[in-house]
Design a protein around this ligand. Structure first.
Ligand code: SF4
Length: 302
């Protein structure tokens, strides 16, 4: 257990005892129902998918999943020969497609030497029953599978404002179904979405904690080029964006709330850093680990 809260390393140690694990990002060429017209064509207001999946597939040829993993492994294998891996299907909505094709892609990852698990990033409203059942069967049979849900906020007004095209209830239902299927589940939340004050953000943290996810990731809102928010920003709209100084106290509250309501949930991260060529604001120049060091320094003085 981390000194101040359950850390992601603790979660990995529980699931993969004695093994050194590394996540490797995979772009399997999916789209997203919020961009391809299934739900909307505009996408979420803050999203330029290239910002969270550098080298994203829009407009370029994708290598097969296995090749992507092999390529990523080269660096780690040289440094840590005994490293094991989790294939992280991160880009877009990784459950948006025909079930048989999805399962083939996950299997391709499992077929790679050293891959001990698959993490599937998706939306809470994109989990067909047949797919959840198939994932549960595989997980029970020994293929370690986790689903990571983009929940972002517990406030439906906010979700509407940023064109998420799903409700908080969709997240509640998805977590419950994944729990029933005994699949580990992670949540992703954005702090500072337009129209939200600190109280609303903390309400989201509390509601998320009460779902007792296995992991949670927090990100500060970023304005990235190509997103709807970027166009609004360039048109002169003001956004209240966090600075490290204003975000650190919020993170202290987040930790205290998570420890109080769901100490078994591992906090995987607090910040995100979009690639420099895409990030418009805020430009902190801090990597996640540097922010975490600042946070831990503060915690050590509490
Ligand atoms: S954040 Fe996810 S769901 Fe929203 S537009 Fe981007 S890829 Fe689609």
């Amino acid at each position: 257990m981390g000194r101040y809260y359950k850390e992601y390393a603790d979660f990995l140690a529980e699931h993969f005892p004695g093994r050194k694990m590394q996540k490797l990002t995979v772009d399997a060429g999916f789209s997203c129902p919020n961009r391809d017209g299934t739900l909307s064509t505009g996408g979420c207001a803050y999203c330029n998918n290239n910002s969270f999946s550098p080298g994203s597939h829009e407009g370029r040829h994708l290598s097969p999943v296995a090749d992507q993993l092999e390529e990523s492994k080269i660096f780690f294998r040289r440094k840590y020969p005994s490293m094991r891996y989790l294939a992280y299907f991160q880009s877009y909505t990784n459950t948006h497609g025909e079930t048989s094709r999805l399962l083939d892609l996950y299997d391709e990852a499992f077929g790679c030497e050293g891959v001990d698990g698959v993490i599937i990033g998706t939306r809470p409203d994109c989990l067909p029953a047949g797919l959840v059942e198939a994932l549960a069967c595989r997980h029970k049979a020994g293929q370690w599978i986790m689903v990571e849900l983009g929940a972002e906020s517990s406030h439906d007004d906010t979700l509407r404002r940023v064109n998420r095209c799903h409700s908080w209830q969709a997240t509640v239902d998805a977590v419950s179904r994944l729990r029933d299927a005994q699949l580990p589940v992670g949540l992703h939340l954005i702090m500072g979405l337009p129209g939200e004050n600190r109280e609303m953000m903390m309400e989201t943290v509390e509601r998320a904690a009460l779902l007792h996810p296995d992991t949670v990731k927090f990100h500060q809102l970023q304005i990235v080029a190509g997103s709807t928010l970027a166009h609004q920003w360039q048109a002169g709209q003001q956004f209240e964006l966090f600075t490290p100084e204003s975000y650190l106290p919020l993170c202290l509250d987040i930790i205290s709330t998570m420890n109080r309501l769901s100490p078994s949930t591992a906090i995987e991260r607090f910040t995100s850093q979009a690639p420099s060529d895409l990030l418009i604001a805020p430009r902190w120049g801090l990597k996640n680990y540097q922010f975490v060091n600042l946070l831990h320094n503060l915690l050590s003085r509490c």
